[in-house]
Ligand binder design. Structure first.
Ligand SMILES: [Zn+2]
Length: 311
């Protein structure tokens, strides 16, 4: 008898980031905790981000995903979030669509090549890149009723977590603790994730101060994740509740862009007959690129002429 060792076959398995929901303080608060390392690394590569813009877009994409799994109740409903700050990053836009247990996220930033020096404390200057003046706009769209909810808040700091927490408190009347973090260097994302805690209306003063104490004494989420702590361990640390109860663990946040050549066709049609004729005569073709996933769509002269006939 001999033992033959087989080399494990290389399989390209999808690496899935973990997201879990917990009930804490005997149901007086809920917590969602997400590890988004692979998602943010994918986004970093798609948009060719610098360490600074990886931290900005990473925090932003993480909260978009968290909202997709908390604020969206119905399948196929969507949320569009936009930050317009006075920093060098320019506009930051994210769209999240719920597909059962999955939040499909796509994000983009006007100026992804911004790189700022680290702050004195060694941290990435997120608010310097975003700007501390400006606004955060959140639009929720219900596909069935076609109803739209539009919330607008001024930026608090441009640190993103504080800005979204302000939105939840003022626009949704939800007392919220929100923490987002990305550890990144020029080689890539080392850790990324976030957690959001929502207090129920019947939470007592004692529970609120217990939570405040635990949160303020906790290391940052990116640090906890880089120490390879599990989401459950992190949930216990940031709430100080060792008896918390797992609500859901099969949740996912994924990068997914729903663009298509047909959508870009509609875009070209919408620019109007005159402008399309101008493109045909001057360029003889149209090269378009999706802002969100950088996929390119090319239209030949013939294809453009066919579009013109449809108008
Ligand atoms: Zn796309």
């Amino acid at each position: 008898m001999y033992l033959r060792l087989l080399k494990p076959k290389f399989r390209k398995e999808e690496i899935v980031d973990k997201v879990e929901k917990y009930l804490v303080y005997n149901g007086k608060a809920s917590l969602i905790c997400a590890n988004t390392k692979n998602l943010i690394e994918e986004i970093r590569k798609i948009h060719d981000l610098t360490p600074t813009t990886t931290a900005v877009l990473g925090r932003f994409a993480t909260i978009c995903g968290i909202m997709g799994l908390t604020s969206i109740k119905e399948n196929d409903d969507s949320i569009t979030a936009q930050i317009k700050g006075n920093g060098p990053c320019g506009s930051i836009v994210g769209v999240v669509i719920r597909d059962y247990n999955v939040a499909n996220v796509k994000v983009y930033m006007q100026n992804p090549f911004v790189e700022l020096p680290l702050k004195e404390n060694g941290k990435i200057d997120v608010s310097g890149a975003v700007g501390s003046m400006g606004y955060l706009n959140v639009i929720k769209q219900n596909t069935v009723t076609d109803k739209e909810y539009n919330g607008l808040v001024p930026l608090v700091s441009g640190e993103i977590a504080e800005d979204f927490a302000e939105y939840f408190v003022t626009s949704e009347q939800k007392p919220t603790v929100l923490s987002l973090g990305v550890l990144v260097d020029k080689n890539g994302v080392k850790s990324a994730g976030g957690y959001m805690i929502n207090l129920m209306p019947d939470a007592t003063e004692e529970e609120i101060s217990r939570l405040e104490k635990a949160v303020s004494e906790s290391p940052s989420i990116s640090e906890l994740l880089s120490q390879n702590k599990t989401l459950k361990e992190i949930a216990k640390i940031v709430t100080g509740d060792n008896e918390l109860e797992l609500l859901q663990e099969n949740l996912q946040i994924k990068f997914n862009c729903d663009c298509s050549k047909e959508k870009f066709e509609r875009g070209l049609i919408s620019i109007g007959k005159e402008d399309l004729e101008k493109i045909i005569n001057e360029d003889g073709k149209a090269d378009t690129v999706c802002h969100f996933c950088r996929k390119e769509y090319h239209f030949s002269k013939e294809e453009l002429e066919n579009l013109l006939k449809k108008m």
